[in-house]
Design a protein around this ligand. Structure first.
Ligand code: GLU
Length: 326
């Protein structure tokens, strides 16, 4: 339970965190997903922490919508598990970190499937599993309904302009998808799979929404504000395991080592991280590092994880002592 005094104190700590990171990232930015974006947009920076009892602590541009991009892969993977069951999903997409870039044209040759659902090949396989040969636009309504349950926000929507732009520029995903069909890894209408995949990537949400979505995963699949279930409880573990090992592009190992909580990032600069039973964390800041992860996002999560002792393998008693004297 929080009290107004506790909320005030946490919010002021978050404002301090914002100040510490707002000026320091520029020289580490390697690229922006949208290099043409106006300078002030590139400088956006929002942080949201949502507890599993539904209280949000936020700072900066936490109400600014941005495309969730690859973060959608986590939720669609959950939906595929619900639709098809674990065995059928595992047959089509593995759970091994690939160590390759998100858009690499690499497969698990022994099992004849993409390595995991967080690289594009795996996400295309997952998306094809939820499509069931349906119309992409119709299926997207179902995905949107699920995302809205996670976020407790009915205004999450697909940005048609971004969708059209992504469609113009998706040759690599198209190549991956056709190659996969030629090898029997996906079936049916490849263009429909691509459309649905790009639709899920083009959903706009705020850092607040993403914090709430992370809190829903942290809360066993039930949104802590509405008490509505977004994902069957038995699949939360599967989604979080994959996020822990594969969620941060090819810096996933480094992230697991340093920060130690399941997370997913997207090329637009969003990161969501999940502390099971406790907290959802979301950060948005578009400047990306060489792995495609938000520079400020990684630093902010690192600081929050360190300060709150969130690493899943942290030695609690030692950490508590260190914090006490530090
Ligand atoms: N729409 C992007 C793509 O598939 C998403 C990439 C990402 O966020 O990693 O190329």
């Amino acid at each position: 339970m929080t009290t107004p005094d506790l909320e005030r104190r946490v919010n002021s700590r978050l404002d301090e965190l914002y100040e510490r990171h707002v000026d320091e990232h520029e020289d580490e930015v390697v690229e922006y997903y949208d290099p043409e974006a106006p300078e002030e947009e590139k400088e956006s920076f929002g942080v949201s922490l949502v507890s599993t009892d539904g209280v949000a602590f936020e700072t900066g541009d936490h109400d600014l919508p941005f495309p969730i991009q690859s973060i959608s892969k986590a939720f669609v993977y959950g939906m595929a598990l619900e639709d098809c069951g674990r065995e059928a999903v595992l047959e089509k997409v593995g759970v091994e970190p690939s160590g390759e870039a998100f858009n690499s044209i690499e497969f698990d040759d022994k099992a004849r499937r993409p390595h995991n659902p967080m690289v594009n090949a795996g996400a295309l396989a997952t998306t094809s599993l939820v499509l069931h040969g349906d119309e992409p636009e119709k299926c997207m309504e179902r995905i949107l309904a699920a995302l809205r349950r996670y976020a407790a926000n009915d205004s999450l929507h697909v940005d048609e302009e971004l969708l059209a732009a992504q469609f113009e520029d998706t040759d690599r995903n198209r190549a991956i998808a056709y190659l996969m069909r030629s090898q029997g890894m996906i079936e049916g209408d490849v263009e429909a799979v691509l459309e649905l995949y790009l639709r899920q990537c083009s959903v706009f949400a705020t850092t607040h929404d993403l914090g709430m979505m992370a809190a829903t995963l942290a809360n066993g699949g039930v949104n802590p504000e509405t008490n509505v279930r977004a994902l069957e409880g038995r699949y939360v573990r599967d989604v979080l395991s994959v996020l822990y090992t594969c969620g941060m592009y090819d810096a996933a190992g480094q992230w697991a080592y340093e920060i130690g909580i399941p997370a997913k990032s997207g090329v637009s600069g969003g990161i969501m991280a999940i502390v099971p039973g406790k907290l959802g964390i979301a950060v948005y800041s578009p400047g990306l590092d060489e792995y495609g992860n938000s520079v400020r996002g990684v630093k902010v999560c690192e600081e929050i994880s360190d300060r709150l002792g969130l690493h899943v393998f942290a030695n609690e008693s030692e950490d508590i002592l260190l914090r006490a004297v530090g």
